[in-house]
Design a protein around this ligand. Structure first.
Ligand code: GDP
Length: 358
């Protein structure tokens, strides 16, 4: 654990899992919960990501204080908006992933499916710690929905037969996961979250269990990866999520900034199809603050400076050849351009870029 006086950035969270197991619904629910619980002016909007401020996490997890005591110094959680592996594979960085922690969504009624296995393999290979959301508990026969209630409380309101059905599905899931060398258990029974993967029963539809899920994700990030989250006020480092046309500006890149600072007019280096691109930031765009985070984030405004972690759109000349998944560095001094070019080149050589990534 790091000292509390040091400033931490938000962990970057991704959601993975089999198709139709509820990734999109879960992300929508989490964002929706944040909208309801936030104070005015609290929510900074990002491009390609959604920030859940710590004040929201504290409010949502308030009823759990006795069960999951949390002392959080992270400023929040930054969820990548697009779930699934395709985007996850673009989040790579030297020696691992830009994602600090993941939520693996499994429909508890279906169990482990092919893309669940793929997700487990990709998370293991990139060394990303994860939490399992055992979703769609509201579909268990006899389930009485208690909207937006912690699972610990909702369970007390269920018939014994329903609780038994949930338990037996949980044990079946734990047994299935052990076939893939995953030692997992119900979150309440775990002492060491790095050895055993916690499973939180949730319903993305009713919101049951979202409080525990956020508590476990935030708690794990705080307890086990805070060294990685130490905020450094250095030159920005990021990864390109997407390359797109920005009307009136030309080609733009959507970037997840995971370290440091980026400013207008900074020199940046990233990978292009024909070698490293060296260019100067013309504008940094972020969504206008709106009251409902679920509305399309189409209206952007320019910002002069952004610090990690953040999702931003960057407009600059010569971005036509930029590739999704590319590393991006802010160059601290012009004399270091060659050094950073080599760095980008080396990183690109370790991964095979597909021309159709964007
Ligand atoms: P994704 O492909 O993993 O992103 O899955 P979606 O979020 O699109 O969900 C697939 C379907 O399952 C949709 O019809 C959702 O409404 C439904 N769904 C998702 N979560 C839940 C849940 O917790 N309970 C129920 N009953 N349905 C859900």
């Amino acid at each position: 654990m790091v000292s509390l006086s040091k400033k931490l950035r938000q962990p970057i969270v991704v959601v993975l899992g089999h198709v139709d197991h509820g990734k999109t619904t879960l992300l929508d629910k989490i964002r929706g919960t944040a909208v309801v619980k936030k104070e005015a002016g609290e929510m900074t909007q990002h491009v390609g990501a959604s920030n859940i401020p710590i004040s929201v996490i504290e409010k949502v997890t308030e009823p759990l204080k006795k069960i999951i005591p949390l002392k959080l110094t992270i400023p929040g959680l930054l969820f990548i908006d697009t779930p699934g592996h395709e985007l996850f594979s673009n989040l790579r960085k030297r020696g691992g992933s830009v994602a600090d922690i993941a939520i693996l969504v499994i429909d508890i009624n279906e169990g482990v499916m092919p893309q669940t296995v793929e997700s487990i393999e990709i998370l293991k290979s990139r060394n990303v710690p994860f939490v399992i959301a055992a979703n769609k508990i509201d579909k268990i026969p006899g389930w009485k929905p208690n909207p937006d209630t912690p699972i610990t409380i909702s369970l007390k309101k269920q018939d014994q037969a329903t609780v038994k059905r949930l338990e037996s599905l949980m044990y079946k899931l734990i047994a299935q996961l052990s076939n893939y060398d995953i030692s997992a258990d119900i979150f309440e029974r775990i002492r060491d979250f790095m050895k055993t993967i916690p499973i939180v029963p949730v319903s993305a539809r009713t919101g049951e269990g979202i409080a525990e899920l956020l508590a476990v994700v935030a708690g794990m990030a705080q307890r086990y990866i805070s060294e990685k989250l130490l905020y450094v006020e250095g030159p920005g480092k990021g990864v390109v999520l997407e390359v797109k046309e920005q009307p009136g500006f030309g080609t733009a890149i959507d970037v997840i900034l995971y370290d440091g600072i980026i400013q207008e007019r900074d020199t940046i280096i990233l990978a292009g199809l024909n070698g490293p691109i060296v260019t100067k930031v013309r504008a940094i765009l972020m969504p206008k603050t709106v009251t409902d985070i679920r509305v399309a984030k189409t209206e952007l405004k320019t910002v002069e400076l952004v610090s990690a972690a953040a999702g931003i759109r960057i407009v600059a000349p010569n971005l036509e050849d930029a590739v999704a998944g590319s590393p991006l560095y802010v160059v601290p001094q012009e004399s270091e351009i060659d050094k950073y070019k080599r760095l980008v080149q080396e990183e690109v050589e370790t991964v095979r870029f597909r021309k159709d990534v964007n």
